[in-house]
Design a binder for this molecule. Structure first.
Ligand code: 5AD
Ligand code: SF4
Length: 526
């Protein structure tokens, strides 16, 4: 994208201020004086596009451009020397990984990280829009940070992530939260150095939210959280348009990274000693469908991962619709491809699935599960479920309960449906009272807990392989890590085991974790 196009798509809007340059005093004046009407009028002179499902559906595939030329502008390279940043992350793994990228960029600009808000010169809230309560938490935090900003006017307070892709959110911040200096979207992360500069030296709130989403920026720096496990993006966006979900609007269209870039990143992580990678995408099974010059699917990518010398490869999240036979065949090879599959079902009722636009029925989901279990007999399945979708009947909810039992999920993330502005389901009238939705969630959780406890019990007296991540939060004498099937294990062992895969004999099962004793007492440190 050239500078002209960038300008056209940019949402940067500066409001005028009578003085030159920005000092702490100017900043406070702006917070106090700018009226919201002024802000909004100026802001909407820009080309900002709110989430619009009709427009989003029409987006074209051929626009994906790859950029390998990211660099920090010279004048920003040392701007953070002696200063600190703090990024608070809400939501999914995709956001966690975006935070690692932003931390990487800020580190290259000379900033150091801190966990203390009082010490920070930049605070970014990397937000999640998936449900209303996620948004409420962020607005609560924005409010809590106001006294700090008033006390420290040079502090740069930014809001980024999925919420900043929503018109209503940007509106509300401009209207009510003048102490926020910077709002930028999920397609603008690589612009962070420029945005920080604008916020630092400009005189107004900086808003940059591109509705354009075609680009993949390859060589962004990453400050990874730890040296044992790493996230690797394989694709961005989602084109599935489930009727309840805001992600296709906040994260844009499906676009896959080139396999050679992914393979190179994973090889590099392996050579640095990482033990586990998780391939990330909103719908990883759609990987490669947007390639116009080659046939290369998620199954092919997993086959290539299988050949890399890294002990554990996971992926999230899958969509049942795109889970093909080739992928099942590849996963059945085992090795570093682990026998745990997270396969969101969302509902056990074919009627609700249709209303959700999930593009599979209960029967098709169960058939997929049958095929997976046949190919990988020891597989562990986990899932995501929404209860209380508009007008869900008691019978339809019961179908979810029976499906959970039939599949035997060992864990599930369960949610009450939350209407999201701009999505088709949010326009539906809903006759299910909130209290009934809560009860359904409670009943579902009881069932999931029972199944989890049962699966945990089956590990008692067995030996499991645990990738040791560190000391347990509750007791520094206890080590904690995860099995291949992603079960949390706490056990006593030497600190030298951290970062290694060790064998642990399970002595006690709890609902969500296992206690054990390490089998190998000596660990080679390589
Ligand atoms: N309300 C409740 N849950 C939702 N999810 C996505 N959108 C909504 C919504 N509007 C859940 C789905 C998805 C998970 C990440 O969040 O179960 O798989
Ligand atoms: Fe949302 Fe996942 Fe459906 Fe995409 S596949 S629309 S991210 S629930």
């Amino acid at each position: 994208m050239n500078e002209q196009q960038r300008k056209e798509q940019s949402q940067i809007k500066q409001t005028d201020h009578p003085t030159d340059g920005k000092s702490g005093k100017d900043n406070i004046e702006r917070i106090k004086s700018t009226t919201s009407d002024e802000m909004i009028a100026k802001y909407f002179q820009t080309s900002y596009q709110p989430p619009d499902i009709k427009k989003a559906r029409k987006r074209r595939k051929e626009d994906v451009q790859f950029h390998y030329d990211f660099s920090i502008p010279e004048d920003m390279a040392n701007i953070g020397k002696g200063k600190k940043f703090l990024i608070r992350t809400y939501g999914c793994q995709m956001n966690e990984h975006d935070t690692e990228v932003m931390a990487g960029i800020l580190t290259e600009m000379g900033y150091e990280s801190t966990a203390d808000t009082n010490e920070a010169d930049i605070i970014l809230l990397n937000t999640c829009a998936i449900r209303e309560n996620a948004e409420n938490k962020v607005f609560g935090e924005i409010g809590h940070l106001k006294p700090l900003k008033l006390e420290k006017p040079d502090l740069i307070l930014g809001v980024c992530g999925c919420m900043s892709q929503e018109e209503s959110v940007v509106n509300r911040i401009l209207e009510k939260h003048h102490h926020v200096d910077l709002i930028f979207g999920t397609h603008n992360i690589h612009r962070l150095p420029h945005l920080v500069k604008e916020a630092m030296f400009g005189k107004a709130q900086v808003v940059e939210v591109w509705s354009k989403e075609g680009d993949i920026i390859e060589n962004l720096p990453k400050a990874r959280n730890g040296k044992i496990k790493a996230w690797v993006n394989i694709m961005y966006g989602c084109d599935k348009f489930c009727t309840y979900c805001i992600v296709p609007m906040t994260r844009g269209k499906e676009r896959s990274r080139r396999p050679e870039d992914i393979i190179q990143e994973v090889r590099h992580l392996a050579s640095q000693g990482y033990q586990e990678i998780t391939l990330l995408g909103q719908n990883v099974n759609a990987y490669g469908k947007d390639f116009e010059d080659m046939e290369y699917t998620f199954g092919d990518l997993m086959d290539d991962m299988h050949k890399i010398d890294i002990p554990r490869v996971r992926f999230t999240t899958s969509h049942p619709r795109d889970f093909d036979d080739h992928l099942i065949e590849v996963l059945a090879k085992g090795g570093n491809l682990l026998d745990h599959i997270h396969l969101p079902v969302q509902s056990g009722s074919s009627e609700i699935l249709k209303k959700m636009n999930r593009k599979y029925s209960r029967e098709e989901y169960l058939e997929l599960v049958r095929k997976i279990k046949e190919a990988i007999p020891n597989v562990t399945l986990t899932t995501d479920i929404i209860v209380g979708f508009p007008n869900e009947t008691e019978e339809q909810f019961e179908e979810t309960m029976t499906l959970v039992e039939e599949v035997g999920f060992e864990a599930a993330y369960t949610f009450i449906y939350s209407p999201r502005e701009g999505t088709p389901a949010a326009r539906k009238k809903d006759d299910v009272p909130e209290e009934v939705k809560k009860q359904r969630l409670y009943r579902l959780n009881e069932l999931v807990n029972k199944q989890s406890a049962k699966s945990m019990k089956s590990y008692e007296n067995k030996v499991v392989k645990v990738l040791v991540e560190g000391e347990s939060k509750k007791d520094p004498n206890v080590l904690a890590g995860y099995t291949e099937k992603n079960k949390l294990v706490n056990f006593k062992g030497p600190k030298s085991a951290i970062g290694h895969i060790v064998e642990v004999k399970v002595t006690e099962a709890k609902t969500w974790s296992l206690n054990g004793e390490m089998v190998e007492k000596t660990v080679e440190v390589n």
